[in-house]
Design a protein around this ligand. Structure first.
Ligand code: PLP
Length: 399
């Protein structure tokens, strides 16, 4: 499938230049149709009824789990449905039984969703060790190695940072963590559906996925990959229907994973849509997506850097899918509003839910940055329009 084919499936893109894939992505027609099929033809709850509609809904949901597992080369039992990447991370933060004196290693380049749940554990006597990135927002695996000790229970790093797009050496870090008795969680919010992820090299106990970003699934979907061979034991975040095998008036026995983690009625249509989305991405081909986005990222980085009074964050060799920048003497929100008003260019502005990372990059006191983020549906022409418009705005401000 070509970029033009995908754009045909996303009519929204005819009206705007959408450069906010890091927040969420448009849902392709085919995925919406698969959800409509559920609503029109077999709208029933799953895992409960014996009548044919309920059986079909259950089968389709489990089929979606299989498609998702196949897409990331894992086992369906390793896929726990959640509502977003944040919930996947919280499932781990709340699910592990922490002891006073345990240590968690995390970086200063995290989205708040992969920082706040850990900081919250300080009340229980858990130590949070923050690894600082270099001037390009990249984590040195050697720093993780230095910080690891016998108290470390968990190391967690985001694969691609969301505020400036720096790609972290998650495979190297996994090799370091593997030698220790610690768990490893990777936040794949900005890499899933964008770049190839080889679970054989990325040996993580947990990977947090959103369904609604790079994977092109609907909002309200995500999942937690929990490796079957992991020694990490999780207590479920929620309990209730679907999570139990046997219940008496004073006792309950949990079912196996993943159902013990999926309490209550699920976002059935959403996960069916997410299953279709992984098939859709498979039809495009992840290597093709990667090649396309790498090329556009380079063009965009260069184009913004060429603007005299612009400041781009991160190094072009090590960013992917995201270009984050400021133009002198204009607040990021004002610049984003101008881009929208002048050319219907949709970009994110501000702190991108990653304040420590922008403090580290020196952009916090500027009110954050403007962030343009792409996917396979974006074109070279759109990137050129962004850069030309920025040139015009920049000239206007200077005069
Ligand atoms: C790196 C990173 N982690 C976590 C999240 C949270 O994702 P979600 O909105 O799916 O909870 C985001 C969202 O932008 C992100 O960029």
């Amino acid at each position: 499938m070509k970029t033009t084919d995908v754009r045909r499936d996303m009519p929204l893109l005819d009206k705007i230049i959408y450069l906010d894939a890091a927040s969420t992505t448009p849902t392709p027609r085919h995925i919406i149709e698969s959800m409509n099929d559920y609503f029109y033809n077999y709208n029933a709850n799953t895992g409960r009824g014996a009548y044919h509609l309920a059986v079909r809904a259950t089968q389709e949901l489990e089929q979606a789990r299989k498609k998702i597992a196949k897409f990331i080369n894992s086992d369906p039992k390793e896929i726990i449905f959640t509502k977003n990447a944040t919930e996947s991370i919280n499932m781990v933060a709340h699910g592990i039984t922490w002891n006073k004196g345990d240590k968690i290693i995390v970086s200063n380049m995290e989205h708040h969703s992969n920082l706040v749940p850990w900081l919250n554990l300080q009340d229980r006597g858990v130590e949070i060790k923050i690894i600082k990135a270099d001037e390009n927002g990249v984590i040195d695996p050697g720093e993780v190695e230095k910080a690891l000790d016998e108290h470390t229970r968990l190391v967690t790093i985001t694969h691609i940072n969301n505020s400036i797009g720096s790609v972290q050496p998650v495979n190297e870090i996994s090799r370091i963590v593997e030698d220790q008795n610690a768990f490893y969680l990777v936040d794949a919010a900005q890499s899933a559906g964008h770049i190839n992820m080889d679970l054989k090299k990325l040996k993580a106990d947990f990977i947090a996925f959103p369904g609604h970003k790079g994977l092109l699934g609907p909002v309200g979907t995500g999942f937690l990959y929990h490796a079957r061979d992991s020694h990490a034991k999780l207590n479920p975040l929620n309990l209730g229907g679907s999570t139990v095998e046997n219940v008496t008036e004073n006792y309950f026995e949990l079912t196996e994973s993943p159902s013990c983690f999926e309490a209550g009625t699920q976002n059935i249509a959403g996960f069916i849509g997410l299953g279709s989305a992984t098939n859709y991405l498979g039809r495009i081909g992840i290597s093709k997506i990667e090649k396309h986005s790498k090329k556009l990222t380079k063009i965009m980085y260069q184009g913004v850097q060429d603007i005299e009074n612009a400041n781009v964050y991160g190094s072009p060799e090590n960013i992917y899918g995201i270009v984050s920048f400021n133009i002198d003497n204009i607040n990021p929100h004002d610049l984003a509003k101008i881009l929208d008003e002048v050319k219907s260019i949709c970009v994110r502005s501000g702190f991108h839910c990653a304040m420590p990372s922008l403090r580290h990059m020196g952009a916090y006191q500027l009110g954050g940055t403007v962030r343009a983020s792409i996917h396979y549906y974006n074109t070279r022409e759109e990137i050129e329009t962004l850069c030309e418009t920025l040139q015009d705005v920049s000239k206007f401000i200077k005069t």
